[in-house]
Design a protein around this ligand. Structure first.
Ligand code: FAD
Ligand code: SF4
Ligand code: SF4
Ligand code: SF4
Length: 391
């Protein structure tokens, strides 16, 4: 039985408002600082050997993935960087030996956690060694495009911007001498705004992580001062309960109206994603293969799309080999090189956008692989209830 006054332990499905009791973290955090505090608590208590998070580098356009072993350094990672188009899962596989020899706590967006699950299926990552603190994600903006958008649409020198945030559907910048917000819809109509894969994204609340944290649903006097936390696993429940019990975090039950509002916003974001899938995939309908062949005609065979894809992990060397129509000295490669890669990933593309983001020739690779994935699901796995967008 719980002691009088003690909070009962959390369980999967619980939803709470949480805020840090650490004044340094509170000053720098995006909302209530729950994410940074949970990561810090896990490291201090030696539940993990290190934390993987993201910190600001030179400026707001420079999101730097950082491995931290001293809890004091965690305050530097507080805050959200919407121009950080990273996929953190690949860092685990490429640079941290798939976390097979240590335990790590990390912040994850929806695509990060989906990438981890794909890597885990291919034995590239040990999921059991990870504490995944999820953050809701409305989308990210490519850094170079963000600078151009701020220059052209906001008419502000991008180098003078000291902070950016996304709030109530607006991308808001704070600069020396003022602040300005413009609706994301308006920015996207002008060809700016979120990356195209983010517009189509289906992982707004990362429930595949251990905890899903965000600002949606925090209303009343806690608005802007607390983090909304949904418990998604026993591991997440244990971490949150222990941090709250130790006094690192304060919590209270989420306001029922806030829970309702959060559900509505999530539903609206998913509908918007569906609208973009219809639009983007519908545009391919007339000539999918012709469009792929034309666009990939710019390929310089740098293999960045293969090396940065969480699904291609493990098969990279095969995909670069002759059996995949890669003839030495031939540029551009035969379109079959791309079609074979799309076939290889067609059941697993998570639409993380890394292939497209890191293609030096601006080939819309994520669009193609996502369209093929969704069409494949509709044709061969109709029980998943996914609609075809090209019929
Ligand atoms: P903090 O304690 O400030 O910790 C923030 C954590 O996010 C840190 O660990 C930091 O390393 C990490 N981080 C910062 N930038 C990135 C990045 N680009 N990729 C991965 N990790 C990063 N919440 C919503 O409810 N609705 C949204 O639409 C929404 N969109 C978001 C979009 C992005 C790109 C990000 C990063 C977050 C978004 N969030 C959204 C979550 C929200 O901004 C807060 O992160 C969340 O409420 C936790 O607040 P906090 O004060 O507890 O976090
Ligand atoms: Fe966020 Fe989805 Fe874009 Fe990933 S793909 S950055 S989860 S919107
Ligand atoms: Fe991500 Fe591109 Fe791989 Fe799909 S094909 S999982 S969008 S890198
Ligand atoms: Fe070709 Fe772009 Fe892939 Fe490089 S990243 S191999 S240029 S498609």
């Amino acid at each position: 039985m719980a002691l009088f006054g003690a909070k009962p332990a959390m369980k999967t499905g619980d939803m709470v408002y949480a805020w840090t009791t650490d004044s340094e973290i509170a000053k720098r955090a995006e909302c209530g600082g729950a994410v940074t505090t949970l990561l810090k608590y896990a490291l201090e208590q030696k539940m993990v050997d290190a934390v993987l998070a993201v910190k600001r580098g030179q400026d707001i356009y420079d999101a730097v993935p950082t491995l931290i072993t001293d809890p004091k350094d965690l305050k530097d990672t507080a805050g959200s960087l919407h121009c950080g188009t990273l996929l953190l899962s690949k860092i685990l596989a490429k640079h941290l030996k798939g976390v097979k020899d240590r335990k790590i706590a990390m912040t994850v967006k929806g695509c990060d956690v989906m990438g981890i699950l794909e890597l885990a299926k291919r034995k590239g990552v040990n999921r059991d060694n990870l504490y995944l603190i999820g953050v809701n994600c409305g989308g990210t903006v490519s850094p170079v495009k963000a600078m151009k958008m701020i220059q052209d649409v906001y008419q502000v020198d991008p180098m003078k911007v000291i902070k950016e945030e996304i709030d109530k559907g607006q991308f808001i910048i704070e600069f020396e001498g003022g602040h300005k917000g413009i609706s994301i819809d308006e920015l996207e109509e002008k060809g700016f705004g979120r990356r195209t894969n983010c517009r189509r994204c289906e992982y707004k609340v990362p429930r595949q992580a251990d905890l899903a944290c965000g600002n949606w649903g925090v209303i009343g006097e806690k608005a802007g001062k607390a983090t909304f936390v949904e418990v998604c696993s026993d591991r997440g429940a244990d971490l949150l309960s222990r941090a709250a019990k130790a006094g690192a975090l304060a919590t209270e039950a989420a306001n029922p109206k806030g829970i309702e509002l959060r559900q509505k916003v999530e539903g609206a974001m998913l509908k918007l994603g569906e609208k973009w899938r219809r639009k983007d995939f519908g545009a391919l309908k007339a000539d999918l293969w012709g469009t792929i062949s034309r666009e990939t005609g710019r390929c310089i065979k740098c293999y960045s799309c293969i090396e940065n894809c969480p699904v291609c992990f493990g098969a990279a060397e095969t995909l670069k080999g002759k059996s995949f129509m890669v003839q030495p000295g031939e540029l551009p490669p035969n379109p079959m090189f791309h079609l074979r890669r799309f076939a290889h990933i067609s059941d697993s593309c998570i639409n993380c956008g890394q292939c497209e983001e890191l293609c030096p020739m601006d080939i819309p690779l994520a669009l193609f692989s996502h369209a093929i994935r969704v069409e494949g699901d509709a044709a061969f796995e109709p029980k998943l209830g996914k609609a075809s967008y090209t019929n």
